[in-house]
Design a protein around this ligand. Structure first.
Ligand code: SF4
Length: 334
């Protein structure tokens, strides 16, 4: 038998920032299409790992001058590169002790759940079929926030972004299912989100309702969060609001030409599901700033994150009037 604390220590040693344990019965009531028990019916434990998004990954977007460190490294890099590598290490460790370990990275693309399919249509077309009667269609998509809650790592913020006492809203999650039985961690009973509504005020898509809410029951706990306008969120987060997207040079809004143009620069990783140009202005940055000011996060910095008034592009000016090339008088520099 592997000792639980040894396992947690190993997960951190190989690169996770946080590690929590949930028993599989905590997923009772999950929609079939999102129930991890269909991925590994013999699983006894769901291990959830959190990877912090280093605060500096947001700096370029906060200043409005460098966008790819958050979109490429803070989004794609963690979900598609770093997370799977750490998961593999932990899978091998558990399997070396004689238990099966199924990695569930945060990169599932094919799913029939309406909220995760094409968000622009009411009835999205099916993307897959069940392989036999009684099973959900592939791929099952675990709600990583619900898994993190079930593993005791923190709570849902009003914004629906998951908050931990360590990093507030700034982390991403992966899961691992194993037939190793581990005592589950207690459900987090603290209170991080104080309903300040900074997330709703600063969300550029206006996707976060201040008054209407949704609920989930996870492990017998009622979890409440905003009634998120998923379409508005999806549009804003990928640069659909011209005032917050400096790559939309024409200001005509996000369109196919814009996407094609970006791909033309060879920025596939930058673009994929990680074209998060809005930089989570309300739900992550503003929330973080609020929690930092309140002093409730255990991971501390010497200096505050926000230095200046948040930027907004003035679209009343023509692009050729607002672009400062900053041409250096010292031509030898470049
Ligand atoms: S910004 Fe305020 S209301 Fe929104 S999730 Fe963070 S703490 Fe909660």
């Amino acid at each position: 038998m592997i000792d639980k604390e040894k396992l947690r220590k190993y997960a951190k040693q190989v690169g996770a920032d946080l590690c929590g344990f949930a028993s599989m019965d905590r997923f009772e009531g999950a929609p079939k299409q999102m129930d991890p028990r269909y991925i590994f019916p013999d699983a006894k434990t769901c291990i959830v790992l959190a990877f912090r998004i280093p605060r500096g990954y947001f700096r370029g977007i906060e200043e409005g001058t460098y966008f790819c460190n958050y979109t490429a490294m803070g989004y794609a890099g963690i979900n598609e590169v770093y997370g799977p590598i750490v998961l593999r290490e932990l899978c091998c460790y558990i399997e070396d002790h004689g238990y099966e370990a199924v990695p569930v990275p945060n990169i599932s693309f094919r799913n029939n759940a309406p909220e995760f399919s094409d968000l622009r249509v009411e009835q999205p077309p099916l993307v897959s079929l069940p392989v036999e009667e009684g099973k959900p269609a592939p791929d099952i998509l675990i709600d990583m926030r619900a898994a993190a809650f079930a593993a005791g790592l923190g709570e849902f913020g009003w914004s629906k972004v998951f908050l931990t006492p360590e990093f507030g809203p700034m982390q991403r999650f992966v899961a691992l299912l194993t037939d190793l039985e581990v005592e589950p961690d207690p459900i987090f009973e603290g209170k991080i989100c104080d309903r300040c509504m900074s997330c709703a005020r600063m969300c550029t898509g206006g996707a976060i309702s201040k008054t209407e809410s949704d609920h989930l029951t996870i492990a017998g706990h009622d979890v409440e969060f905003t009634k998120l306008d998923v379409h508005a969120c999806h549009t804003a987060y990928r640069g659909g609001i011209a005032e917050y997207n400096p790559f939309d040079v024409s200001g005509n809004g996000l369109g196919p030409e814009w996407v094609t143009a970006q791909k033309g620069f060879g920025l596939e990783l930058y673009m994929r599901h990680n074209h998060a140009l809005e930089g989570a202005r309300g739900c992550m940055r503003e929330c973080y700033i609020h929690l930092e000011k309140k002093g409730v996060l255990t991971h501390k910095f010497k200096n505050e994150f926000r230095k200046n008034k948040p930027w907004k592009i003035d679209r009343s000016q023509r692009p050729d009037n607002v672009i400062d090339t900053g041409e250096s008088s010292d031509k030898t520099l470049f």
